[in-house]
Design a protein around this ligand. Structure first.
Ligand code: SF4
Ligand code: SF4
Length: 394
């Protein structure tokens, strides 16, 4: 990887939300107080320095932006008000755009107009699609969504959407892997990768490193939103038609499942977790209560608004079905899908939700490098004169 200086880097990053990094005088306080910074992977000062020096290629191959969970400790302790925590957030947005080969993420992050237009177009397409493709024979006596949009047909649409999203996300994850691993990507044997897969699972499910930060509440809120979203994704994409089992169908007409049925419990958990997490974050952003909520990028708002609207319309549908209001239920179903689908197709591969994939993947790759380095130290001591996990320090 070359080490060219990009004189336009700061300007470019400003379009991703960079504000105060130029104020940094490189004292190192932020790295000293960061609970997640390590001697092998020190941050955030190093990233701020790369930005000041226009070192785009170094940023591209850096794993550090994904090691930060944005707790805000560094920003609180920065004597220059350079907001290093926000700078790390900006580099994550920037990296997301660099990993994305379609160029869509860059447009999404750098143009509010484009973001609103993209969401509106997808929402309208979904609305028109639902109006055009239905059974044409709705049950007006009972609120039976399946009489208008049968769950087996919705399942097909869901699976097609999931396949496209997976392809886009995984191809971007592959580029992240190539950048972070560099020449080692295919040099390290597959068995070393396989041996560290549990790390990928642990970090995906628990985000346990976030728990090392001083503000445990941020970890909790993050975890609620992530697990709530993952639960709802499972229900609406995987279990919409119950994988062929009638008693596991998520899109089910009355009679309702008993209150203790697993599908219902997962639905209640997802609703509570998302509403709690997003409401906490929205209030924090409005009041700017913590450094982490001081700066809000348009995509932060869009993410929270889409997530809340999706959940709220889902709650309304639940009640109109129980009250047996067919017309209102069908109308709300269209609105619900017009909000939920843009959130999935735009946020998952190109924006905030993609971070959920990149962070655990990078943590996993660092563990792979570490395991391989240890293996090399035993089998070929001379071959590891330079530790592979050591990253350049400033
Ligand atoms: S960001 Fe602030 S704390 Fe960190 S090195 Fe710069 S001036 Fe010091
Ligand atoms: S926001 Fe928290 S985790 Fe991120 S660099 Fe600052 S102190 Fe470290």
């Amino acid at each position: 990887m070359s080490n060219r200086v990009d004189p336009n880097l700061i300007k470019d990053l400003q379009s991703f939300g960079l504000k105060d990094a130029a104020k940094c005088y490189n004292c190192g306080n932020c790295t000293a107080v960061c609970p997640l910074s390590t001697p092998d992977n020190p941050f955030p000062r190093k990233l701020v320095r790369y930005i000041q020096l226009g070192q785009k290629d170094k940023i591209l191959t850096s794993p550090e932006p994904w090691l930060c969970y944005y707790c805000g400790d560094c920003s609180t302790n920065c004597p220059r008000g350079a907001d290093p925590g926000e700078t790390m957030m900006v580099t994550r947005r920037y990296l997301t755009s660099l990993y994305d080969w379609t160029g869509f993420a860059r447009k999404f992050y750098t143009s509010e107009k484009f973001e609103i237009m993209a969401i509106t177009i997808v929402a309208l397409l979904v609305g028109i699609g639902l109006l055009l493709f239905n059974t044409g024979n709705p049950n007006w006596e009972y609120a039976h969504i399946n009489s208008v949009w049968p769950s087996d047909k919705i399942e097909i649409a869901d699976l097609v959407m999931a396949a496209i999203l997976s392809f886009l996300l995984l191809s971007n994850v592959f580029r992240c892997f190539r950048f972070v691993m560099g020449d080692l990507a295919f040099k390290i044997p597959f068995k070393v990768y396989a041996g560290q897969l549990k790390e990928l699972l642990i970090h995906t499910l628990t985000q346990k490193r976030f728990g090392l930060c001083t503000d445990k509440m941020q970890w909790f809120v993050h975890l609620m939103i992530m697990t709530g979203y993952a639960s709802v994704f499972l229900l609406v994409v995987v279990f919409v038609n119950g994988l062929g089992f009638d008693n596991l169908k998520f899109q089910r007409d009355l009679p309702e499942y008993s209150i203790w049925h697993p599908i219902r419990l997962v639905g209640y958990y997802a609703t509570f977790a998302i509403m709690y997490g997003t409401t906490y974050a929205i209030i924090g952003r409005l009041r700017k209560t913590k450094p982490v909520y001081k700066n809000s990028h348009p995509t932060d708002w869009m993410f929270l608004i889409l997530l809340q609207l999706t959940t709220m319309t889902g709650i309304f549908i639940h009640f109109t079905r129980l009250l047996n209001w067919p017309a209102t239920t069908y109308f709300l179903y269209i609105i619900h899908m017009m909000v939920a689908v843009p959130m999935l197709v735009l946020e998952v591969p190109f924006a905030k939700w993609a971070h959920l994939a990149y962070r655990p993947v990078v943590l996993f790759l660092l563990k792979v490098k570490e395991a391989w380095q240890q293996e090399q130290a035993v089998t070929e001591p001379q071959a590891v004169a330079e530790p592979v996990t050591a990253v350049e320090r400033n």
